[in-house]
Design a binder for this molecule. Structure first.
Ligand code: SF4
Ligand code: SF4
Length: 109
């Protein structure tokens, strides 16, 4: 019997990665975001913030940037950033810099 070795998509293979920033002093530790995160990227801290609440800390290594946590947070203290690690960097040289700037200003042309 053959075993399927391609079951999971590793973090490295993901097209989009996420990075979460939390305003920890405004977090009230309600944990709505930890429930909403399917990647288990969020957890309560061991320490408390200025309001006396345990706040949320993020493991950005497993974050996919799905934005669920930011949507459910009643206090809007979560900001999610997305990155595209496999996207090719734009090659800007002194020869093509004019064209590159032009394509950034008007990408459809
Ligand atoms: S949902 Fe918002 S306020 Fe509640 S624990 Fe998460 S970050 Fe903190
Ligand atoms: S953006 Fe998605 S994967 Fe990342 S921490 Fe929030 S809910 Fe989890």
């Amino acid at each position: 019997m053959e075993e399927n070795t391609n079951k999971t998509v590793s973090v490295k293979e993901r097209k989009v990665k996420g990075r979460v920033e939390i305003d920890i002093q405004r977090c009230k530790g309600c944990e709505l975001c930890t429930t909403a995160c399917k990647e288990h990227a969020l957890a309560l801290s061991d320490t408390i913030n200025i309001k006396g609440y345990r706040y949320i800390i993020a493991n950005n290594d497993v974050c996919t940037g799905c934005v669920n946590c930011a949507l459910v947070c009643p206090d809007a203290v979560i900001t999610v950033y997305r990155t595209h690690p496999k996207k090719k960097p734009v090659d800007i040289t002194p020869e093509n810099i004019k064209e590159q700037i032009q394509s950034m200003i008007s990408p459809s042309k």
